[in-house]
Design a binder for this molecule. Structure first.
Ligand SMILES: [Zn+2]
Length: 136
């Protein structure tokens, strides 16, 4: 077999890997990027994190504000503006908590889940498990 053939075989092998396995292996909860401006903390990569977790910014923001016990809003550039000063560790903890509660499947640990029935049910695309989503 020449190299070309071998490469084609390899390509096929990857193509046949179930997408779940793939996703699980390379999935990482992103770290927040932030800055402090006077008495505010701005999470500048808030929207990219929401996209990565495949959740909408409104729901994610609502959780963060509640979890951190602070007032704030999503700014025009998609940043999350918190009306208090926070260190990155606390913010990352909160993002991780969101991931555990609203993204990761409690049954198979896959991050490949979706909200169904108007955000009442969390459904796992990997194993089919469904769970009630806690109200915010
Ligand atoms: Zn699952």
């Amino acid at each position: 077999m020449d190299i070309k053939e071998y490469e084609i075989l390899l390509d096929n092998a990857y193509a046949e890997l179930p997408e779940v396995l793939y996703k699980k292996e390379r999935f990482e909860v992103p770290k927040v990027k932030g800055k402090l401006i006077k008495s505010r903390t701005i999470i500048t990569n808030f929207t990219p994190i929401a996209k990565h977790l495949e959740r909408n910014t409104d729901h994610f923001a609502k959780f963060m504000l509640k979890d951190l016990g602070v007032r704030g809003e999503v700014g025009s550039r998609g940043d999350l503006i918190l009306h208090s000063r926070f260190q990155p560790e606390g913010l990352n903890k909160s993002v991780n908590k969101y991931f555990e509660q609203f993204v990761r499947c409690s049954h198979c640990q896959s991050p490949d889940t979706v909200f169904e029935d108007n955000g009442i049910i969390l459904k796992c695309n990997a194993c089919g498990h469904t769970a009630n989503i806690p109200r915010l």
